[in-house]
Design a protein around this ligand. Sequence first.
Ligand code: AMP
Length: 404
Amino acid sequence: MPISASQPQHVLVLNCGSSSLKFAIINALNGDEIISGLAERLGAKTPSIKYKFNNKKTLIELAENEAHAEAINTLVSLIKEHHLDEHLIAVGHRVVHGGEHFTESALINDDVISAIKQASSLAPLHGHANLLGITSAQAAFAGLPQIAVFDTAFHQSMNEVAYLYALPYKLYTDYGVRRYGFHGTSHFYVAGQTAALLNLDINKSNFISAHLGNGCSVCAIKNGQSVDTSMGLTPLEGLMMGTRSGDIDPGLFNFLTTQLDYSAQQIDDLLNQKSGLLGISELSNDCRTIEEAAIAGDKKATLALDMFCYRLAKQIAAFMVPLQRLDAIIFTGGIGENSDIIREKVISQLLYLGVNCDKEANLAARFGSQGIISSTSAHSKAVVMPTNEEWVIANDAARIAKEL
Ligand code: AMP
């Protein structure tokens, strides 16, 4: 049945990780969050679901080893209990890897599932979890259209000069080895919001957006399109992150295997789980903890922050090559939205781009507020823009559901 414009348009947004499931029901018309929650430790000893509804937080304990399907069943009961099913028009799934197949969000059918499976070879852990979420939700919400929204899709506008690795070309043509980029929904969203904030036409604007959370990436956005981004075949490439190393010399692999007897799995673990802010600070992957330690005089915490900011500034400067002209640097993600320390340290290394940092505006931009943190005289602006990937997913899902 067609969906009328006057009808509330609620979308269940699911973000399925290997042992977690983030969910929210979003009003696609205005981004309002009706309910949101997180199922954690799925398939382990003490799985649980915590959720927020009507400003009240509730914790539900699941039985030992219960996993995604049971979490989704509990979610269905919750939705029914609170009568939230009445206005649901679609389920939107965050899918990490869409390979080259998906340049935009897609209504899930058998062909789309096979294409997601194919792309999953490039990100097996994420891909498997995403597919599990999709099949469980299809069983639980059989009457609703299910839509996949890809982290990689926004970056499909990159050209081959930007997306190819300087490897034998056949690795690309035969196995899809190339740079894909991630955090696409976030970069897309904050660019649109920043254009509105600065009163610029998105189709005539040049932005560099820095999504800084546990995972971090930078994106060069020209006329509303991604022209380059720092993550690559996997989310490991590019910036220093919470536990990921970012760029390293690939010669390290040979050293670790021949000299230190590392296995491929151990190297993967080292680079993804034990490096980044955690590896250097030897303290935490959490930016807040590291900032507190640095303020208290911890030298390795200070070094971790300095490296994080230096590498980030270097990557932003490099993206002036495809952009040539810069309207604004955008900070988003948990760190970008909250850490005045990181923002100030990064901007202070980029003054030659015509950007600067206004101390008071920088201190004021936190806890989900948006704002311009450069002075009025700055040639290029610095902006803090809270991301909202769920809303992008809800919007896309509602748009596709309405076309049916
Ligand atoms: P996300 O993955 O987007 O949730 O971001 C998580 C990161 O944001 C963690 O490193 C947090 O320490 C960091 N973060 C959250 N709030 C703050 C804050 N007030 N100051 C500094 N970092 C923060």
